[in-house]
Ligand binder design. Sequence first.
Ligand SMILES: [Zn+2]
Length: 119
Amino acid sequence: MATCPECECEFDDPIVICPHCNVPLVNREEAEAGAGDGEAVDENLPAEGLVVIETTTDDTRVGQIRELLEESGIPCFLSDELFPTDPPPDETKVFIPREMVDDAKRLMRDYFIVNKTAT
Ligand SMILES: [Zn+2]
């Protein structure tokens, strides 16, 4: 199924040019593929190879997570650094490389459990 970017009409193969607008059709299903996985980790990201480990409005928590991850050698990136917007969004997403998700989750779980029992 292909869609005309101009008139939004949908056409089946083998039509590749919109007969109304005379523009090339785009494959919308391909563009939207990958959305809607029910995992805790949001994989629907523009930055390839990165996943969201945390979404929070708490700047202090963001700082703690970042410190924790970087101390452990896991590079992390914040959404307002990767995708600057004006004004910045209320919530900050913490991105890490996909292959380090398991380590990061374990670190965060240990870290926040320790903090909870200590207070
Ligand atoms: Zn069209």
